[in-house]
Write a protein that binds this ligand. Structure first.
Ligand code: AMP
Ligand code: MG
Length: 402
């Protein structure tokens, strides 16, 4: 049986970089930017008035001029070709392009406009370049603006829009096939008998895929019946990333590993020495298709997706950052097993501190509500003492815990 780190290494070793495609900016939220973006021009592209007021030449001020004749008014979006003579200014509005020779803005609050088209400066001191955003101060033409890979979150989308990137180069996410299994599992819109369980994992897995913008092209439940299972798995295998849930452990009705072998799947590993999630299986198919069979227990399903499927995606998308953050755990934790254990962690009101609470085993998905990440109790450490630092994986695939 592989250890957690061995399984992680295996996953990384088979992950291949995904192809790329262009999508309209409006459809790029949460997609992964595949290429770095460079500035097509200076930002701001012109010296921009940051206040309403007048634009003067600082030399005139230094020569003692305090009352300026208004040459003309410049509004945002206007081009001006006039040139200032001594003692002249432009009346200028926020956002307007300030002609090059005017180098300082005086806010209207610090002026009096006189009836004879002049502006009288009230302040005693002004500084050169004040209230004027300099051309290129945010970004110079051809400068690196956004690095890749990077999730297209709202700040990236705002920036790409400013840079005129209307078609965004993103990674093409693999098409997903999901198969849930189990005779006891019924769809959530049915009233289950007292011996039945709702198919919560189907919704959990679809939501996890949506968070990664993975297109789910096939999603079906099948009973623990070898022929039916074989037929449905065969269909799911037409997709590029296949997620099977349940039927992968050692029970008499756990047919998944055997059927995968019959269908020609190369089993990369089956069973990892972790808790929860031990029955996990990973397999390879022709044309680079990848298969994960996740255990049916909802907490195990959730954690194995976060720990392993996301590890695979992370590598395919070219991310190189360490996914776990080191955080302080306020509540001690001890374990009896020699396995790597994973458990939901919760943020304390006090910053930089996390805690955990006992749950009722790997079936207890309700224990994850409100949690911010998955704590890792390393296999050879029996006790985590109060305020020990432990690795935590953020629940949000792209956010780091602080
Ligand atoms: P299995 O991995 O098939 O042995 O299932 C382990 C446990 O997870 C059993 O208690 C199942 O009832 C439960 N389970 C399996 N599949 C699902 C599912 N799709 N949704 C919720 N619970 C499930
Ligand atoms: Mg089952």
């Amino acid at each position: 049986m592989l250890t957690y780190l061995e399984a992680r290494d295996k996953i990384r070793s088979v992950a291949k970089q995904l192809p790329t495609e262009h999508v309209p900016l409006a459809q790029s939220l949460n997609r992964i930017l595949a290429h770095p973006i460079f500035a097509d021009r200076d930002y701001p592209p012109f010296n921009r008035a940051a206040m309403d007021g007048i634009a003067i030449r600082i030399d005139d001020w230094n020569n003692g001029i305090r009352e300026f004749r208004i040459r003309n008014t410049i509004f945002a979006g206007m081009e001006t070709s006039t040139v200032l003579a001594n003692g002249e200014c432009y009346k200028i509005m926020t956002g307007a392009a300030c002609p090059r020779e005017a180098d300082t803005i005086i806010r209207k609050e610090d002026l009096i406009y006189t009836p004879n088209e002049t502006a009288l400066i009230l302040g005693k001191s002004i500084s050169h370049g004040h209230h004027l955003a300099q051309r290129g101060e945010d970004l110079k033409q051809n400068e690196l603006a956004v690095t890749a890979p990077r999730v297209c979150d709202i700040s990236v989308i705002g920036t790409l829009a400013a840079l005129g990137i209307h078609q965004v180069p993103v990674y093409k996410m693999p098409r997903v096939g999901i198969v849930t299994t189990g005779n006891e599992v019924v769809d959530i819109d049915q009233q289950p008998e007292h011996f039945q369980i709702r198919n919560s994992n189907q919704y959990l897995l679809c939501a996890l895929c949506e968070q990664w913008q993975l297109p789910v092209q096939f999603c079906q439940h099948v009973s623990d019946e070898p022929l039916a299972l074989s037929a449905v798995l065969r269909q799911a295998m037409e997709q590029q990333l296949i997620l099977i849930n349940g039927g992968v452990s050692a029970g008499d009705a756990d047919y998944v590993p055997r059927i995968l072998q019959e269908l020609g799947v190369e089993i990369l590993f089956h069973k990892v020495s972790i808790k929860p999630g031990k029955p996990l299986l990973m397999g390879l198919l022709p044309q680079g298709r990848i298969l994960f069979a996740l255990p049916g227990n909802p907490l195990s399903c959730f954690m194995t997706f976060k720990l392993f499927v996301e590890e695979y995606l992370h590598k395919c998308l070219g991310f190189t950052n360490e996914r776990f953050q080191q955080v302080k755990l306020q509540t001690p934790r001890s374990k009896k097993s020699s396995l790597d254990e994973f458990f939901p962690v919760f943020r304390q009101a006090e910053a930089h501190r996390y805690t955990w609470k006992p749950h009722h085993g790997s079936g207890d998905i309700t224990a994850t509500v409100g949690c911010e990440g998955i704590g890792w109790h390393i296999h050879n450490k029996q006790v985590i003492t109060e305020n020990d630092t432990i690795p935590v994986l953020s629940l949000h695939p792209f956010f780091n815990l602080i």
